[in-house]
Design a binder for this molecule. Structure first.
Ligand code: PEP
Ligand code: MN
Length: 339
Protein backbone atom coordinates (compact mmCIF):
# COMPACT_ATOMS: atom_id res chain seq x y z
CA UNK A 1 0.00 0.00 0.00
CA UNK A 2 1.08 3.57 -0.46
CA UNK A 3 -0.20 6.57 1.41
CA UNK A 4 -0.16 9.58 -0.89
CA UNK A 5 0.08 12.79 1.14
CA UNK A 6 -1.57 16.01 0.06
CA UNK A 7 0.72 18.58 -1.56
CA UNK A 8 0.47 20.82 1.53
CA UNK A 9 0.79 18.04 4.16
CA UNK A 10 2.99 19.09 7.08
CA UNK A 11 5.96 17.26 8.58
CA UNK A 12 3.73 16.53 11.58
CA UNK A 13 1.16 14.88 9.30
CA UNK A 14 3.90 12.72 7.75
CA UNK A 15 5.25 11.75 11.18
CA UNK A 16 1.76 10.78 12.34
CA UNK A 17 1.24 8.57 9.29
CA UNK A 18 4.63 6.90 9.78
CA UNK A 19 3.81 6.18 13.42
CA UNK A 20 0.40 4.74 12.57
CA UNK A 21 1.84 2.56 9.80
CA UNK A 22 4.48 1.22 12.18
CA UNK A 23 1.86 0.54 14.83
CA UNK A 24 0.20 -1.76 12.30
CA UNK A 25 3.52 -3.63 12.01
CA UNK A 26 4.45 -2.35 8.57
CA UNK A 27 7.65 -0.55 7.68
CA UNK A 28 7.13 2.99 6.49
CA UNK A 29 9.41 4.37 3.77
CA UNK A 30 9.01 8.09 3.27
CA UNK A 31 9.59 8.94 -0.40
CA UNK A 32 9.78 12.66 -1.08
CA UNK A 33 8.83 13.57 -4.62
CA UNK A 34 8.95 16.96 -6.25
CA UNK A 35 5.26 17.66 -5.73
CA UNK A 36 4.23 15.40 -2.91
CA UNK A 37 5.40 12.87 -0.39
CA UNK A 38 4.39 9.24 -0.43
CA UNK A 39 4.65 6.87 2.52
CA UNK A 40 5.17 3.34 1.23
CA UNK A 41 4.03 0.66 3.66
CA UNK A 42 5.85 -2.62 3.25
CA UNK A 43 5.52 -5.80 5.19
CA UNK A 44 3.86 -9.14 5.21
CA UNK A 45 1.15 -9.15 2.59
CA UNK A 46 -0.88 -11.60 4.66
CA UNK A 47 -1.22 -8.99 7.42
CA UNK A 48 -3.87 -6.43 8.21
CA UNK A 49 -3.52 -4.55 4.96
CA UNK A 50 -7.08 -3.32 4.95
CA UNK A 51 -6.40 -1.49 8.24
CA UNK A 52 -4.05 0.79 6.34
CA UNK A 53 -7.03 1.98 4.32
CA UNK A 54 -8.28 3.80 7.44
CA UNK A 55 -5.34 6.17 7.16
CA UNK A 56 -7.35 7.96 4.49
CA UNK A 57 -9.11 9.89 7.24
CA UNK A 58 -5.86 11.15 8.80
CA UNK A 59 -4.92 14.80 8.38
CA UNK A 60 -2.73 15.50 5.34
CA UNK A 61 -3.54 12.20 3.58
CA UNK A 62 -4.93 12.39 0.08
CA UNK A 63 -5.46 8.71 -0.60
CA UNK A 64 -4.32 5.21 0.27
CA UNK A 65 -3.87 2.84 -2.61
CA UNK A 66 -2.45 -0.59 -3.27
CA UNK A 67 0.73 -1.01 -5.30
CA UNK A 68 -0.31 -3.62 -7.77
CA UNK A 69 3.09 -4.88 -8.79
CA UNK A 70 5.14 -7.37 -6.82
CA UNK A 71 7.85 -4.76 -6.30
CA UNK A 72 6.70 -1.90 -4.12
CA UNK A 73 9.45 0.62 -3.39
CA UNK A 74 10.86 0.41 -6.90
CA UNK A 75 7.48 0.92 -8.53
CA UNK A 76 6.97 4.07 -10.57
CA UNK A 77 3.70 4.58 -8.72
CA UNK A 78 5.58 5.77 -5.65
CA UNK A 79 7.58 8.37 -7.58
CA UNK A 80 5.98 9.09 -10.96
CA UNK A 81 8.50 11.76 -11.90
CA UNK A 82 11.45 9.31 -11.64
CA UNK A 83 14.40 9.27 -9.25
CA UNK A 84 17.45 11.41 -9.63
CA UNK A 85 20.47 10.07 -7.84
CA UNK A 86 23.31 12.39 -6.86
CA UNK A 87 26.87 11.17 -6.90
CA UNK A 88 29.34 13.88 -5.83
CA UNK A 89 27.62 16.53 -7.93
CA UNK A 90 26.83 14.21 -10.87
CA UNK A 91 23.12 13.52 -11.28
CA UNK A 92 21.90 10.19 -12.66
CA UNK A 93 18.33 10.08 -13.96
CA UNK A 94 17.93 13.76 -14.83
CA UNK A 95 17.79 15.28 -18.31
CA UNK A 96 21.54 14.94 -18.76
CA UNK A 97 22.89 11.51 -19.67
CA UNK A 98 25.54 9.99 -17.43
CA UNK A 99 28.49 8.29 -19.07
CA UNK A 100 30.52 6.00 -16.82
CA UNK A 101 33.74 4.85 -18.47
CA UNK A 102 37.03 3.19 -17.69
CA UNK A 103 38.84 -0.11 -17.87
CA UNK A 104 37.34 -3.48 -17.10
CA UNK A 105 40.02 -4.03 -14.46
CA UNK A 106 42.53 -1.79 -12.74
CA UNK A 107 45.88 -3.19 -13.84
CA UNK A 108 48.48 -0.57 -12.82
CA UNK A 109 48.72 3.08 -11.82
CA UNK A 110 49.81 4.03 -15.31
CA UNK A 111 46.96 2.14 -16.99
CA UNK A 112 44.17 3.47 -14.75
CA UNK A 113 45.48 7.02 -14.79
CA UNK A 114 45.79 6.89 -18.58
CA UNK A 115 42.21 5.70 -18.85
CA UNK A 116 40.99 8.29 -16.34
CA UNK A 117 42.60 11.18 -18.22
CA UNK A 118 41.29 9.94 -21.56
CA UNK A 119 37.68 9.47 -20.44
CA UNK A 120 37.67 12.77 -18.58
CA UNK A 121 39.01 14.60 -21.62
CA UNK A 122 36.32 13.05 -23.81
CA UNK A 123 33.59 14.19 -21.41
CA UNK A 124 32.75 11.13 -19.26
CA UNK A 125 31.04 11.86 -15.93
CA UNK A 126 32.33 8.97 -13.80
CA UNK A 127 35.31 6.64 -13.83
CA UNK A 128 34.79 2.90 -13.55
CA UNK A 129 37.29 0.13 -12.98
CA UNK A 130 37.28 -3.28 -11.33
CA UNK A 131 39.54 -4.00 -8.38
CA UNK A 132 37.74 -7.18 -7.34
CA UNK A 133 37.00 -9.10 -10.54
CA UNK A 134 34.52 -11.96 -10.83
CA UNK A 135 36.22 -14.29 -13.32
CA UNK A 136 34.89 -17.50 -14.78
CA UNK A 137 38.20 -19.26 -14.14
CA UNK A 138 40.00 -19.15 -10.79
CA UNK A 139 43.25 -19.15 -12.79
CA UNK A 140 42.46 -15.86 -14.57
CA UNK A 141 43.56 -12.46 -13.25
CA UNK A 142 41.36 -11.77 -10.21
CA UNK A 143 41.97 -8.04 -9.94
CA UNK A 144 44.40 -5.98 -7.86
CA UNK A 145 41.94 -5.93 -4.95
CA UNK A 146 42.73 -3.41 -2.16
CA UNK A 147 45.68 -1.95 -4.03
CA UNK A 148 43.63 -1.61 -7.23
CA UNK A 149 40.87 0.14 -5.34
CA UNK A 150 43.29 2.75 -4.05
CA UNK A 151 44.83 3.26 -7.49
CA UNK A 152 41.34 3.77 -8.92
CA UNK A 153 40.41 6.23 -6.19
CA UNK A 154 43.60 8.17 -6.75
CA UNK A 155 43.06 8.27 -10.53
CA UNK A 156 39.46 9.45 -10.09
CA UNK A 157 40.39 12.18 -7.60
CA UNK A 158 43.22 13.35 -9.85
CA UNK A 159 40.90 14.02 -12.79
CA UNK A 160 37.90 14.98 -10.64
CA UNK A 161 35.58 12.08 -11.50
CA UNK A 162 33.52 10.05 -9.02
CA UNK A 163 34.39 6.35 -9.13
CA UNK A 164 32.35 3.20 -9.63
CA UNK A 165 33.71 -0.20 -8.71
CA UNK A 166 32.41 -3.70 -8.14
CA UNK A 167 31.76 -5.16 -4.71
CA UNK A 168 31.80 -8.96 -4.66
CA UNK A 169 32.17 -9.98 -1.05
CA UNK A 170 30.19 -8.49 1.87
CA UNK A 171 33.44 -8.54 3.89
CA UNK A 172 34.84 -5.82 1.62
CA UNK A 173 31.88 -3.44 1.93
CA UNK A 174 33.46 -1.06 4.44
CA UNK A 175 36.65 -0.82 2.40
CA UNK A 176 34.84 -0.26 -0.90
CA UNK A 177 32.46 2.28 0.65
CA UNK A 178 35.42 4.22 2.00
CA UNK A 179 37.26 4.37 -1.31
CA UNK A 180 34.52 4.68 -3.94
CA UNK A 181 31.41 6.68 -4.79
CA UNK A 182 29.15 4.04 -6.38
CA UNK A 183 29.19 0.30 -5.63
CA UNK A 184 28.59 -1.96 -8.59
CA UNK A 185 26.94 -5.35 -8.15
CA UNK A 186 27.98 -7.58 -11.03
CA UNK A 187 25.77 -9.84 -13.11
CA UNK A 188 26.99 -12.89 -11.21
CA UNK A 189 25.80 -11.45 -7.91
CA UNK A 190 22.52 -10.00 -9.19
CA UNK A 191 20.54 -12.35 -6.97
CA UNK A 192 22.95 -12.68 -4.07
CA UNK A 193 20.30 -11.61 -1.62
CA UNK A 194 22.53 -11.43 1.44
CA UNK A 195 24.91 -9.08 -0.42
CA UNK A 196 21.97 -6.99 -1.66
CA UNK A 197 20.53 -6.71 1.85
CA UNK A 198 23.87 -5.56 3.19
CA UNK A 199 24.09 -2.93 0.45
CA UNK A 200 20.68 -1.72 1.56
CA UNK A 201 22.33 -0.48 4.74
CA UNK A 202 25.05 1.43 2.93
CA UNK A 203 24.90 5.17 2.32
CA UNK A 204 26.32 5.12 -1.18
CA UNK A 205 24.48 4.51 -4.46
CA UNK A 206 24.47 1.00 -5.88
CA UNK A 207 24.73 0.22 -9.60
CA UNK A 208 22.93 -3.10 -9.93
CA UNK A 209 23.63 -5.13 -13.04
CA UNK A 210 21.09 -7.50 -14.46
CA UNK A 211 22.02 -11.14 -14.08
CA UNK A 212 22.69 -13.00 -17.29
CA UNK A 213 19.53 -15.03 -16.88
CA UNK A 214 17.34 -12.86 -14.68
CA UNK A 215 13.96 -11.87 -15.99
CA UNK A 216 13.10 -8.21 -15.67
CA UNK A 217 10.75 -8.79 -12.78
CA UNK A 218 13.47 -10.69 -10.92
CA UNK A 219 15.88 -7.86 -11.68
CA UNK A 220 13.58 -5.25 -10.14
CA UNK A 221 12.92 -7.53 -7.16
CA UNK A 222 16.70 -7.64 -6.63
CA UNK A 223 16.67 -3.82 -6.51
CA UNK A 224 13.77 -4.05 -4.07
CA UNK A 225 16.04 -5.97 -1.65
CA UNK A 226 18.36 -2.96 -1.52
CA UNK A 227 15.57 -0.39 -1.29
CA UNK A 228 13.70 -2.29 1.40
CA UNK A 229 16.73 -2.12 3.69
CA UNK A 230 16.75 1.66 3.48
CA UNK A 231 19.12 2.58 0.63
CA UNK A 232 17.03 4.55 -1.89
CA UNK A 233 19.82 5.04 -4.42
CA UNK A 234 19.79 2.16 -6.88
CA UNK A 235 20.75 2.49 -10.55
CA UNK A 236 19.72 -0.41 -12.79
CA UNK A 237 22.12 -1.58 -15.49
CA UNK A 238 21.15 -3.68 -18.50
CA UNK A 239 24.28 -5.57 -19.60
CA UNK A 240 22.96 -8.25 -21.90
CA UNK A 241 21.52 -11.67 -21.26
CA UNK A 242 22.37 -15.20 -22.35
CA UNK A 243 20.42 -16.43 -25.33
CA UNK A 244 20.96 -19.12 -27.98
CA UNK A 245 23.00 -16.58 -29.98
CA UNK A 246 26.74 -17.12 -29.77
CA UNK A 247 27.93 -14.56 -32.33
CA UNK A 248 28.00 -11.94 -29.58
CA UNK A 249 29.06 -12.41 -25.95
CA UNK A 250 25.55 -11.58 -24.74
CA UNK A 251 22.33 -10.30 -26.29
CA UNK A 252 21.81 -6.70 -25.25
CA UNK A 253 18.15 -6.50 -24.30
CA UNK A 254 17.13 -2.96 -25.18
CA UNK A 255 13.47 -3.84 -24.58
CA UNK A 256 14.49 -3.68 -20.96
CA UNK A 257 15.10 0.07 -21.10
CA UNK A 258 11.60 1.40 -21.87
CA UNK A 259 9.97 -1.39 -19.87
CA UNK A 260 12.03 -0.74 -16.74
CA UNK A 261 11.32 2.98 -17.13
CA UNK A 262 7.60 2.21 -17.27
CA UNK A 263 7.70 -0.09 -14.25
CA UNK A 264 10.12 1.73 -11.98
CA UNK A 265 11.29 5.18 -11.00
CA UNK A 266 14.94 4.04 -10.86
CA UNK A 267 17.48 5.34 -13.38
CA UNK A 268 18.45 2.80 -16.05
CA UNK A 269 21.89 2.68 -17.64
CA UNK A 270 23.09 0.37 -20.41
CA UNK A 271 26.42 -1.43 -20.74
CA UNK A 272 26.96 -2.22 -24.42
CA UNK A 273 30.53 -3.41 -23.72
CA UNK A 274 29.44 -6.57 -21.88
CA UNK A 275 26.19 -6.56 -23.84
CA UNK A 276 28.02 -7.26 -27.09
CA UNK A 277 31.57 -8.28 -26.15
CA UNK A 278 32.85 -6.76 -29.43
CA UNK A 279 34.33 -3.25 -29.51
CA UNK A 280 32.97 -2.41 -32.97
CA UNK A 281 29.40 -2.98 -31.77
CA UNK A 282 29.74 -0.75 -28.73
CA UNK A 283 29.13 2.57 -30.51
CA UNK A 284 26.01 1.54 -32.46
CA UNK A 285 24.45 -0.16 -29.44
CA UNK A 286 25.32 2.80 -27.19
CA UNK A 287 23.51 5.11 -29.60
CA UNK A 288 20.56 2.72 -29.72
CA UNK A 289 20.43 2.56 -25.92
CA UNK A 290 20.24 6.34 -25.66
CA UNK A 291 17.55 6.44 -28.34
CA UNK A 292 15.61 3.83 -26.33
CA UNK A 293 15.60 6.14 -23.30
CA UNK A 294 18.56 5.01 -21.20
CA UNK A 295 19.67 7.49 -18.53
CA UNK A 296 23.29 6.68 -19.12
CA UNK A 297 25.93 4.30 -20.38
CA UNK A 298 28.68 2.19 -18.94
CA UNK A 299 31.54 1.81 -21.39
CA UNK A 300 34.81 -0.08 -21.01
CA UNK A 301 37.81 1.98 -22.14
CA UNK A 302 41.43 0.85 -21.95
CA UNK A 303 44.55 2.76 -23.10
CA UNK A 304 45.76 -0.42 -24.88
CA UNK A 305 42.93 -2.96 -25.16
CA UNK A 306 45.16 -5.51 -26.90
CA UNK A 307 47.18 -5.77 -23.68
CA UNK A 308 44.18 -5.83 -21.31
CA UNK A 309 44.17 -8.53 -18.62
CA UNK A 310 40.40 -8.94 -18.96
CA UNK A 311 37.74 -8.19 -21.58
CA UNK A 312 40.23 -6.88 -24.18
CA UNK A 313 38.02 -7.55 -27.24
CA UNK A 314 35.23 -5.26 -26.01
CA UNK A 315 37.22 -2.32 -24.61
CA UNK A 316 37.41 0.89 -26.61
CA UNK A 317 40.62 2.75 -27.28
CA UNK A 318 40.53 6.34 -25.98
CA UNK A 319 40.22 7.73 -29.50
CA UNK A 320 37.17 5.61 -30.26
CA UNK A 321 35.60 6.54 -26.94
CA UNK A 322 36.01 10.21 -27.83
CA UNK A 323 34.31 9.49 -31.18
CA UNK A 324 31.46 7.80 -29.33
CA UNK A 325 30.98 10.83 -27.08
CA UNK A 326 30.76 13.07 -30.14
CA UNK A 327 28.29 10.74 -31.88
CA UNK A 328 26.06 10.61 -28.78
CA UNK A 329 25.35 14.35 -28.76
CA UNK A 330 22.90 14.55 -31.70
CA UNK A 331 21.12 11.36 -30.59
CA UNK A 332 20.70 12.75 -27.09
CA UNK A 333 19.48 16.07 -28.49
CA UNK A 334 16.97 14.30 -30.75
CA UNK A 335 15.19 12.90 -27.68
CA UNK A 336 15.46 16.07 -25.65
CA UNK A 337 18.45 15.17 -23.52
CA UNK A 338 21.96 16.53 -23.17
CA UNK A 339 25.32 15.00 -22.48
C1 PEP B 1 32.34 -5.59 -15.39
O1 PEP B 1 31.63 -4.57 -15.31
O2 PEP B 1 33.53 -5.56 -15.70
C2 PEP B 1 31.69 -6.91 -15.20
C3 PEP B 1 32.35 -7.94 -14.70
O3 PEP B 1 30.42 -6.93 -15.65
P1 PEP B 1 29.23 -8.01 -15.53
O4 PEP B 1 29.03 -8.25 -14.06
O5 PEP B 1 28.10 -7.33 -16.19
O6 PEP B 1 29.67 -9.25 -16.25
MN1 MN C 1 34.52 -6.26 -17.95
Amino acid sequence: MIVVMKAHATEDDIRTVVRMVEELDYRAHVIRGIERTVVACVGDERGEFHQLQHLESVSGVERVMPVLRSFKLASREVRPEGSRIKVNGVEVGGPRLTVIAGPCAVESAEQVEGAAEAVKRAGAHMLRGGAFKPRTSPYSFQGMEDEGLKLLEHAGRKVGLPIVTEIMDPHDIDLVVEHSDVLQVGARNAQNFSLLRRLGKVRKPVLLKRGMSTRLEEFVMAAEYILSEGNPDVILCERGIRTFETATRNTLDLNAVPLLKEWTHLPVVVDPSHGTGIWSLVMPMALAAVAAGADGLLIEVHPTPEKALSDGPQQLKPRRFAELMTALKPVAAAIGRSL
